[in-house]
Ligand binder design. Structure first.
Ligand SMILES: [Zn+2]
Length: 474
């Protein structure tokens, strides 16, 4: 298997971390190729005569890891209920639940690899790590914090960071998502428990709200016919969402943790083929679900958890043939709450800083801006990059109605851009002094307003001179 350059450096950085640490946490965005990286780390360990234990908590992740390890030429054994064991294989891929019942049958590993390591604080993981106190532990995650925002300091002693989402987007390994935000549901009275909205109260609030209907109309306006996943808060909420789509003639299905395996495969196959347009799900799909062609995520579950938000949006970022856009239809306020996914975040084993996990619920944050023309959410800038709308100064967040949510057509966009450029030229023509230019530069939010103003002023002076020459007789 050929590794990408950053994957190769990840493998060597992990090796360096292990020289001074027993337990390292490696951070890489969804779609960056975690499985490839840990397979290479496992292959290197086996080459050195070591035994490796790979842990995951769900069947799909176990099968996925097993397949990849085999492609690296590794001999693997499975520790999962209903499967025969091959204890002699140097790499054991285990379900965490099954392993805790079969410790005596599994040899002591030299290296333990924990996939989706933000779960490593759970009791079952703690038991495994206690059982093998001498093993090196490599945890991998896209979100190095627990869903409640707390850190992983108790489980790991150092953090190794791979490229950020922005790095992977700008290098063409992931797609830059376009986010639209509308109709933030009223969450008055919903309490916070363990760092996130109390799920039962949230479910009640959403079931009473118009969110399902809003999701359907947003989908019809912005992303008609595209394949999407709708993330909901409860099984009932997912059912209501699928009903709303089906009632509008858009084929939708529900997929939850209780969906039997073969049925699950059928649903995913229909989503891939395009027969089913929307799969309404709850948290079960946030990890390890690989459908690269997915075009839309509908965020219908407001969350205060940055980790959960990043995992949900992460589903739509992968590159795929024939896929031209990755769209986030946010009906939950999550984009405004947490910022755009590509925002650079500082990770630490202490967890998420308060300002990252609890932002303004439906207001502008410093880093993002909601456009009241197209309801796109973008990196803070005086002009919306999606539609060319110039924000007024003190533009507060409007509560957008899904009915107003719309995609701007190319011609409208061109016209808006032209109008914008005309307006800018006019503003500049009206400047009568260097100070006027500085003021204008500042009002446009330019970082280097005085430098820009000096250049414009110099250009103006030279033009004035040129004009006076043109007054000579022809
Ligand atoms: Zn806009």
């Amino acid at each position: 298997m050929k590794l990408r350059d950053y994957q190769q450096s990840a493998v060597s950085n992990i090796g360096v971390a292990f020289k001074t640490n027993k337990r390292a946490l490696f951070v890489l965005p969804t779609g960056g190729g975690k499985t490839t990286i840990f397979s290479q780390v496992a292959a290197d360990a086996v080459n050195d005569g070591e035994s490796v234990l790979v842990l995951a908590h769900r069947r799909e992740l176990i099968d996925q890891a097993n397949e990849r390890l085999k492609r690296f030429g590794l001999e693997t054994g499975l520790v999962i209920s209903g499967e025969e064991m091959t204890p002699d294989a140097p790499v054991q891929v285990a379900s965490i639940q099954t392993l805790t019942r079969r410790f005596e049958k599994v040899g002591k590993p030299d290296l333990i690899i924990v996939d989706e390591a933000h779960r490593a604080v759970a009791d079952s993981y703690a038991r495994v790590l206690e059982e093998y106190p001498d093993a090196r532990v490599l945890g991998l995650t896209a979100t190095p914090c627990r869903l409640d925002g707390k850190g992983l300091k108790g489980s790991f002693s150092t953090i190794v960071e791979g490229p950020s989402i922005e790095d992977l987007i700008s290098r063409g390994y992931l797609m830059r998502p376009i986010a639209y935000s509308a109709s933030i549901p009223d969450l008055t009275g919903v309490k916070t428990r363990a760092g996130d909205y109390a799920a039962d109260q949230l479910a009640e609030a959403l079931e009473r709200s118009t969110i399902c209907g809003d999701a359907v109309s947003s989908y019809q306006r912005i992303t008609p016919g595209r394949s999407g996943i709708a993330f909901c808060v409860s099984v009932k909420h997912a059912g209501l969402t699928a009903d709303a789509f089906n009632a509008a003639g858009i084929q939708a299905e529900v997929l939850t943790g209780d969906t039997p395996k073969d049925e699950r495969a059928g649903i995913l196959a229909r989503l891939r083929s395009g027969e089913t347009k929307i799969v309404a799900s709850i948290e079960t799909l946030t990890e390890g679900f690989d459908f690269e062609g997915l075009e839309v995520v509908l965020l219908m579950r407001p969350t205060k958890s940055l980790a959960l938000y990043l995992q949900m949006v992460g589903r739509v970022l992968r590159i795929s043939d024939g896929k031209d856009e990755a769209i986030v239809l946010d009906l939950s306020g999550n984009t405004l709450r947490h910022g755009l996914v590509e925002e650079i975040r500082e990770w630490s084993l202490d967890g998420v800083k308060d300002d990252q996990n609890a932002r303004a619920t439906n207001g502008d944050t410093l880093k993002t801006r909601l456009c009241k023309m197209c309801f796109g959410v973008h990196k803070a800038a005086p002009v919306c990059p999606l539609c060319g709308h110039t924000h007024e100064k003190d533009d507060r967040i409007p509560v957008a109605k899904a009915g107003e949510l719309r995609r701007i057509k190319a011609e409208e966009l061109e016209a808006a851009k032209r109008a914008l450029s005309d307006r800018k030229k006019q503003e500049e023509r009206e400047c009568r002094s260097l100070e006027d230019f500085v003021k204008l530069g500042k009002s446009r939010g330019y970082k280097f307003a005085s430098g820009w103003a000096a250049k414009r002023w110099e250009l103006r002076q030279s033009r004035v001179r040129a004009t006076s020459y043109s007054g000579w007789p022809k």
